[in-house]
Design a protein around this ligand. Structure first.
Ligand SMILES: CC(C)(COP(=O)(O)OP(=O)(O)OC[C@H]1O[C@@H](n2cnc3c(N)ncnc32)[C@H](O)[C@@H]1OP(=O)(O)O)[C@@H](O)C(=O)NCCC(=O)NCCS
Length: 208
């Protein structure tokens, strides 16, 4: 038992090393190398790695009850808490565990929201996707455009499985994930404790 635990801990340590090289038949493959954080561009958007200073622009978005209706925590009315969240996202990127992008409109540089690849598991070549737009940016296909590029980026960098988790009732997210090719994989009962109640979540997955 002890030996199995040791083995598991060792594998986890190897798998979470941020720049793991995996030797395949075709030679060494670098899985999602985040030494240099990627800037992605789409027809209408530029996705730039999130900076601590972006917290100011995320604050009104995370303070909107409608945006946060299906998030794990309720709307946030304290800018320091948003700064802490963004700070931990920036640290996660520095550690090679994730990449969070600020979504900016090319036409006017407006900050529309953020999207991410998180929980990167290089051993299993797997990551989780996330996305959040300010309400005025909904209904224009921006999230779809950004996430199509994020999914392509993940695939081009060796990720073979993407997962996403939605709260029941998040119709817009479910529609977006379906358009991206994700399929529903299961129901996570009482997965989240929000406002004193347990909420069910849906798990979505996409094999690349
Ligand atoms: C989830 C979220 C990012 C989806 O945003 P969205 O704008 O609905 O998603 P899309 O980019 O796919 O846009 C789809 C809409 O744009 C419309 N659209 C307009 N122009 C378009 C274009 N050029 N291409 C595609 N769709 C376009 C579509 O018809 C659709 O409109 P509809 O919803 O009225 O049918 C957004 O609702 C959000 O930020 N929610 C709060 C945070 C959240 O819950 N995040 C997810 C947690 S799992």
């Amino acid at each position: 038992m002890k030996r199995a635990l040791y083995h598991r801990a060792r594998l986890n340590a190897i798998a979470s090393a941020s720049h793991l090289m995996i030797n395949g038949a075709a030679g060494a493959v670098m899985i999602l190398d985040l030494t240099r954080l990627p800037i992605l561009e789409t027809e209408r958007l530029r996705l730039e790695p999130l900076l601590a200073s972006d917290a100011d622009q995320l604050f009104p978005i995370m303070g909107d009850p409608e945006v946060m209706a299906y998030w794990d925590v309720a709307e946030i009315d304290d800018p320091d808490i948003v700064a802490e969240i963004v700070g931990s996202q920036v640290r996660g990127m520095q550690a090679g565990r994730s990449v969070y992008w600020a979504m900016r409109r090319l036409a006017d540089d407006a900050f529309l929201g953020s999207c991410d690849l998180s929980d990167v598991d290089r051993w299993h070549r797997r990551a989780e996707v996330g996305f959040m737009l300010g309400r005025e940016a909904w209904g224009q296909g921006y999230a779809l455009e950004a996430m199509q590029t994020v999914v392509a980026f993940a695939g081009a960098n060796g990720i073979r499985k993407l997962v996403a988790r939605t709260h029941l009732g998040n119709r817009r997210s479910e529609a977006l994930l379906t358009k991206l090719g994700f399929a529903e994989e299961g129901l996570l009962r009482g997965h989240v404790l929000r406002d004193g109640e347990r909420r069910d979540c849906r798990l979505y997955g996409l094999l690349l």
